[in-house]
Design a protein around this ligand. Structure first.
Ligand code: ADP
Ligand code: MG
Length: 648
């Protein structure tokens, strides 16, 4: 039988290799920027069009290439950066594989102009899908320019695989920021579709970080500095009170290369132990230098993980030095051992005034507010001014939509107020059978809306709700009792409220006396710009925004001024993977996100009146059974179930 093995032609091999190196426009950006840094450029320009899909161009003033090198650089495994295997252990450059240019040239239209300082003339080469189209001598400035057009022109499947411009742009932005943060001594500028996004003069670390993030970053930074035999650490961490909802601003650089390390991240978090609100994330910009022979630099071109020789020592040093910095700059709170933490007001509520909740389930009738109960509530209410449930409840327009039900049995036979209600829930899975099955209690899906509460019982008793473990509200009902999860219930209430406002587009807003200036990074600003129209339908009013901050002059009636930045941060964090395309799902995402940030938390004490409003509010909802995140909001327990337990 004849032999069947053949060597693949170069252009095929390059195309296959390209699959690994070039996944998206951002990969091209990374490779070209790193080449420019390796070429010792002091000025690097990045120009992209359509999130890099139609053009990625990098212009540098580095060492340039000779005519021979200019041609050779497109060959596979052609590199000037290592000559022998040992060089791998003393590597000082980003690249060393000699793969990037060959790979990019295989799958795009590429144009290169390059000239060395000492040469009169430079070289201009056009290469498309690995084929040299032209090579000319040209009058050029010192340095190199690579323009990559029509990425994946010959691999339609890959081209179709690319995400929306918003998502691809975000990836490009990430790569740009990583390289620019790693090299503050280089002047970087960045243009997208003709507009300048960044112009960062050569500077120190602090100035570069502030330049990339936003004007307000400076005051948040605490310097970290440590020199030992095995590692040097420079950089900044942010003060705990500025911790964010998402992990967007966390950067490790090892020997000027951006890396990700769950292990080192853990060390940072350990240093913040006890200083952060639950789930919040500190920003950090940490520059580590280690001897090149103590790390495994054989990193896959698209990977950012790295292996250290002595990880546990690095962990300890990093944690200790950050802890020291946080302490030295007096950002750790004074410990007070006599303090009763039960008296603490939860974070999100501490700045708020204690308002009386005014959720109105139906406009005209409420069986619980006869004279007797009113007296009782006002007493109970005045003794417990925690205000913890004041957030979503101050809206007067809250339930106007469903408020047309006008009797106690309104819980059961709610009048559908407008046809648009139906449109609010297209695609929402209301059944959620799994959750029902997994519940140890009977889930009275149908019955709950039918005369859930026993009239007699409620009339007799002044208190009909109890809060247990600052988490559940228990209330007797005709068939037994209902147990409501306060957090999920409030999420449901707020979610419907926001969605309704957005759909009918008549949210009322409260004018702020002093407009709020909120600072964001360029990426975040871009997202906010796109979200503005939807946010405005919830009641936000924005004044003309600047490049690095927005000016909020009006806010929805059911949120407080101090919650605004929290709400927007949560929203940005929920939109990490891009903005949903349809306006329906965009509204849905925003409503969910706002409900998530504003809902009363587990652990918050609720007054009887607040408990009451919450329960009533929930059962006035279109879909009281589940939270916007498809979790059960309440369970019921029948008397028979309780009887059974006692029969054991
Ligand atoms: P690597 O960076 O791994 O060496 P590349 O394919 O990215 O591989 O680049 C191949 C070679 O082309 C580099 O080693 C370098 O000599 C040369 N080169 C690439 N970009 C530039 C540039 N901007 N300026 C000068 N030389 C460059
Ligand atoms: Mg390279």
């Amino acid at each position: 039988m004849s032999s069947i093995i053949q060597l693949l032609p170069d252009h095929v091999a390059n195309q296959i290799a390209a699959g690994e190196v070039v996944q998206r426009p951002a990969s091209v950006v990374k490779e070209l920027l790193e080449n420019a840094v390796d070429a010792k450029a002091t000025d690097i320009k990045l120009i992209i069009k359509d999130a890099g899909k139609s053009l990625v161009q990098v212009i540098d003033n580095g060492v340039g290439m000779t005519v021979t090198d200019a041609r050779l650089c497109f060959a596979r495994h052609a590199t000037s950066k290592i000559r022998q295997a040992e060089d791998l252990f003393s590597l000082g450059t980003k690249g060393f594989r000699g793969e990037a240019l060959a790979s990019i040239a295989a799958i795009a239209h590429m144009e290169m102009k390059t000239k060395q300082d000492q040469d009169e003339l430079g070289t201009h080469i056009v290469i498309e899908g690995s084929k040299f189209v032209s090579q000319e001598v040209a009058v050029l400035p010192k340095g190199t320019s690579f323009a990559v057009k029509n990425l994946f022109f010959n691999i339609p499947a890959r081209r179709n695989f690319l995400k929306s411009d918003t998502v691809e742009f975000r990836h490009v932005m990430d790569e740009f920021q990583r390289v620019a943060l790693a090299h503050p001594n280089i002047h970087f500028s960045f243009y997208h579709n003709g507009s300048e996004l960044y112009n960062l003069p050569a500077a120190g670390y602090r100035q570069r970080i502030v330049g990339i993030m936003s004007g307000k970053t400076n005051e948040k930074l605490v310097p970290v500095s440590e020199e030992t035999d095995i590692i040097s650490i420079q950089g900044f961490v942010c003060k705990p009170e500025f911790a964010k909802k998402n992990r967007g601003e966390q950067f490790f650089f090892v020997n000027d290369r951006f890396i990700k390390s769950g292990y080192l991240h853990h060390a940072v978090m350990a240093a913040y132990d006890g200083l952060l609100k639950d789930g919040s994330q500190p920003s950090y910009f940490l520059y580590l230098q280690v001897p090149p022979n103590t790390i495994d630099i054989n990193i896959h071109p698209t990977k950012t993980e790295i292996k250290f020789d002595d990880e546990s020592a690095l962990y300890a040093i990093l944690r200790a030095s950050i802890k020291h910095s946080l302490g030295q700059f007096n950002v750790a709170p004074v410990l007070d051992f006599d303090r009763d933490s039960n008296l603490d007001t939860p974070y999100h509520y501490k700045d708020m005034e204690a308002e009386t909740p005014t959720i109105q389930v139906d406009g005209t009738f409420n069986p619980f507010t006869d004279d007797k109960t009113n007296q009782h509530y006002s007493k109970a209410g005045s003794g417990s001014g925690s205000g913890s449930y004041s957030s979503g409840s101050s809206s007067s327009s809250s339930y106007s939509g469903s408020g047309s039900s006008s009797s106690y049995s309104g819980y059961s036979k709610r009048v559908e107020p407008t046809a648009s209600w139906e449109s609010l829930y297209v695609g929402l899975d209301t059944e959620n059978p799994e959750a029902i099955e997994s519940s140890p209690f009977t889930f009275e899906n149908e019955e709950v809306t039918s005369s859930l509460f026993n009239d007699d019982e409620i009339e007799q008793s002044t208190q009909k709700t109890y809060q247990i473990h600052k988490k559940y509200i228990v209330s007797p009902i005709k068939s037994g009792m209902v147990i409501v999860d306060q957090h999920r219930a409030h999420q449901r209430i707020l979610y419907e409220q926001f969605l309704l406002n957005m759909t009918v587009n008549q949210a009322s807003s409260q004018q702020l006396l002093f407009p709020l200036d909120l600072f964001y990074s360029a990426t975040e600003m871009k997202l906010i710009e796109e979200l503005k129209p939807s946010l405005e339908t919830t009641g936000f009013v924005f004044d003309e925004s600047k490049t690095d901050h927005i000016v909020v002059s009006g806010i929805p009636v059911n949120i407080t001024e101090s919650e605004v930045s929290l709400v927007i941060e949560q929203l940005l964090s929920d939109l990490q993977d891009g903005i949903p395309a349809s306006s329906y799902s965009q509204n849905d995402t925003i409503a969910k996100s706002m409900a998530k940030s504003l809902a009363v938390k587990t652990g918050s004490y609720l007054t009887e009146k607040e408990q009451d409003n919450l329960v009533n509010g929930l059962f006035a909802c279109k879909d009281p059974n589940i939270s916007p995140f498809q979790k059960p909001t309440f369970i019921t327990m029948r008397v028979e179930d309780i009887d059974k337990k006692f029969a054991l």
